[in-house]
Design a protein around this ligand. Structure first.
Ligand SMILES: Nc1ncnc2c1ncn2[C@@H]1O[C@H](COP(=O)(O)OP(=O)(O)OP(=O)(O)O)[C@@H](O)[C@H]1O
Ligand SMILES: [Mg+2]
Length: 256
């Protein structure tokens, strides 16, 4: 058994008296997708914000390649190779693909001039590596499809050093064809073998298509976890509904 790239050990997070996370364990290996599932309010975003340095955990530890780490800011986490792609993607639709790719980290010449040609080439090549051949990166991001924008945000995170790529619901706002494009991008990143991916989703089919491991959260606690082959579809449905039997829910539905 190899050392996971990132290990989360008994992480808890309180907001005042409210316990948003309660003793959560999770591990993610390079070259694997760890799907993080759970209903609204389960604690998924709170968990990734503690990995991304936005929140400090109340207790528990994080390890990268076996070494304990703690992040006091998002900058600390990104320096340690944690790259987070939030749902809003932090892209500006009016600016070019290249300018978005390098936002705040532009390549500059000796007199402070932007090395635009070089940046265009890099933005194009990095996106091509994970699946889109967007020929003219001088175009505005507004001309890209939703799936292409996800790919831009993912390529950018990887280019700037992400070894753990956290994707918060990357498929939820997209149509079906676009969703499949994003899943293809995730698979290509996984195939590189050097990046560990945490994929947050509400969609059990999507998690099945790309996930190697699953963790199910409900009310801040892990209610189930395992490798894909250890969790059958029935178990998956039970865990997706917060650990209650689907039969109970169907009964409640019928009673209304
Ligand atoms: N900054 C905060 N202060 C107080 N409570 C918070 C804060 N952030 C989150 N919570 C609470 O923690 C719980 C978990 O929220 P979180 O956003 O992590 O859930 P989630 O699993 O990401 O849900 P969703 O699927 O809706 O995105 C919720 O009850 C939420 O109200
Ligand atoms: Mg959330």
């Amino acid at each position: 058994m190899t050392e996971p790239y990132l290990r989360v050990e008994k992480i808890s997070k309180k907001f005042g008296p409210f316990i948003a996370l309660n003793g959560v364990d999770l591990e993610v290996h390079a070259g694997e997708v760890h799907a993080l599932l759970g209903d609204n309010g389960a604690g998924k975003s709170t968990l990734i914000k503690t990995l991304a340095g936005v929140h400090q955990p109340t207790s528990g530890r994080l390890y990268i390649e076996g070494k304990p780490v703690s992040f006091r800011s998002p900058r600390d986490a990104s320096d340690a190779g944690i790259g987070t792609v939030y749902q809003d993607l932090a892209v500006n639709p009016l600016m070019s693909v290249t300018r978005n790719f390098f936002m705040g980290r532009e390549l500059k010449g000796p007199l402070g001039t932007l090395r635009m040609k070089e940046m265009d080439q890099i933005a194009h090549d990095e996106m091509l590596k994970i699946g889109i051949d967007f020929r003219d990166p001088t175009q505005a991001v507004g001309t890209m499809s939703g799936g292409q924008r996800q790919t831009l945000a993912i390529a950018r995170a990887i280019y700037f050093g992400a070894r753990v790529l956290i994707l918060d619901e990357p498929t939820s706002a997209l149509g079906q064809k676009q969703q499949m494009e994003v899943l293809k991008t995730i698979k290509r990143v996984k195939k590189r073998g050097d990046i560990a991916i945490i994929f947050i989703t509400h969609n059990e089919i999507h998690s099945r298509l790309v996930g190697d491991r699953f963790t199910f959260l409900a009310l801040g606690q892990v209610i189930g976890a395992g490798r894909s082959e250890e969790i059958d579809d029935e178990e998956m449905r039970r865990l997706m509904s917060g650990g209650t039997e689907m039969g109970d829910l169907a009964g409640e539905l019928a009673a209304i």
